[in-house]
Ligand binder design. Structure first.
Ligand code: GLN
Length: 199
């Protein structure tokens, strides 16, 4: 890992401040030198060691990414496979290579070999939390789902890291990590640590 890490968070829409706070808290608790910056312009992508794409509204985030030129910059890094990226919820949607339902507003980043279903938990379970098992974690993790997507299938070298019942809700492919839940909304820093360890 580099001496001092700089983590960027895509700052166009969604749970931005929550990610900043939880990542700062994680860096502090893990005694790791680092900072987190909000990414709004494409030139900033070259400055960072890792990127978070937050939850929010995937159509809106995708739209602004394309208009700002950020889409092209992030896509380039994905092709080069050298920038660790964590996508949560809407961010998970954008990291996919396929959606169950194509939506013209969403331009996927094709980072991970996974097919994602948006808003997979309708009705009363639209938002909920539950304890899940995560590969490599000794104790269960309390995961918060908000209009969450599920990863319907993965292929190639995309690995399933966690499931809720029969649904895949966390996957990793090399330097890319996708979660359908919101790690920034809990005090548990294990997901942040998992991502920092990928840098
Ligand atoms: N359902 C939203 C979408 O697909 C994601 C919800 C979230 O990020 N909390 O954009």
């Amino acid at each position: 890992m580099v001496n001092k890490i700089l983590i960027g968070i895509v700052g166009v829409q969604g749970a931005i401040s929550e990610h900043i706070n939880s990542m700062k808290n994680a860096l502090y608790k893990l005694n790791i030198k680092g900072d987190i910056i909000v990414i709004k312009d494409s030139f900033q992508i070259d400055e960072i060691d890792a990127l978070i794409i937050p939850g929010g509204e995937s159509t809106t985030i995708s739209n602004i990414l394309q208009k700002s030129g950020l889409y092209n910059e992030i896509f380039k890094k994905i092709k080069e496979k050298n920038l660790p990226i964590m996508g949560t919820c809407a961010g998970c949607v954008l990291l996919a290579s396929e959606l169950v339902e194509d939506i013209k507003e969403i331009k996927l980043l094709y980072a991970m070999n996974m097919k994602v279903k948006r808003n997979a938990y309708g009705g009363q379970r639209e938002s909920f939390e539950c304890d899940i098992d995560i590969k490599g974690f000794k104790k269960q993790y309390n995961a918060i789902f908000i209009r969450a997507p599920i990863i319907q299938k993965v292929w190639g070298d995309c690995e399933i890291i966690a499931k809720f019942e029969d649904d895949i809700i966390m996957a990793r492919q090399g330097k890319f990590l996708a979660l359908s839940f919101h790690p920034e909304l809990t005090d548990d820093i294990r997901i942040q640590k998992y991502f920092i360890d990928m840098i």
